[in-house]
Design a protein around this ligand. Structure first.
Ligand code: URA
Length: 195
């Protein structure tokens, strides 16, 4: 089995096992997507309408903006792995609730522990506070956090504003783009610490 096939099998098993109530209202699960050997994993919030219809994360407006930002730093979707904390679309795109994040968490942790990236990027507060409770996104964005978390292979976390929140807000968009441009240096720094 290739690494991609192994990861796909993990996702199918996790989908079977997941007891999140959102499974009943969503059209389908949205598996994480991208390079199983990625050095960097991005974690969003939950699938939106388009993701629910097509079964792939970040393919709507927020995903297009993310692709633009990746291009700015010379990266493509194929270089990264992208997933969500909640794997099923919440009705009317409401925020995921704590228990829903908790129910989908073993799935996310299984993805992360298979890929073992150098850095995890949080897209917005929902994924950030799951791993780093107590942090506030308006203060934490764009700053590399080093933290040992039990059962998480990675120790480096980089919180960013969510691209959907920044899309139509000029100031936040500029801030997000500025933070995003720090990613190559962040990856370099973490790679150095592993030597
Ligand atoms: N927003 C997210 O957080 N995830 C998606 O997959 C799409 C939009």
């Amino acid at each position: 089995m290739t690494r991609a096939e192994e990861l796909n099998q993990i996702q199918r098993e996790q989908n079977e096992a997941c007891e999140c109530a959102l499974k009943k209202t969503a059209l389908q699960p949205v598996f994480g997507d991208g390079n199983p050997d990625a050095k960097i994993v991005f974690i969003g919030e939950a699938p939106g309408k388009k993701e629910d219809e097509e079964g792939r994360p970040f393919i709507g407006a927020a995903g297009k903006f993310l692709a633009e930002m990746l291009a700015e730093i010379g990266m493509k979707r194929e270089d990264i792995y992208i997933t969500n904390i909640v794997k099923y679309r919440p009705p009317d795109n409401r925020d995921p609730e704590e228990h829903e994040k908790h129910e989908c968490a073993p799935w996310l942790h299984a993805e992360l522990n298979f890929i073992k990236p150098d850095v995890i990027v949080f897209l917005g507060r929902h994924s950030m506070t799951h791993f780093l409770p107590g942090l506030v996104i308006s203060e934490a964005h764009g700053k590399l956090v080093h933290r040992k978390i039990p059962n998480i292979a990675t120790e480096y976390f980089f919180p960013l504003y969510h691209p959907a929140a920044a899309l139509y807000n000029g100031g936040m968009r500029e801030t997000l783009m500025g933070d995003f441009k720090k990613i190559p240096k962040v990856l370099e720094k973490v790679k150095e610490t592993k030597k």
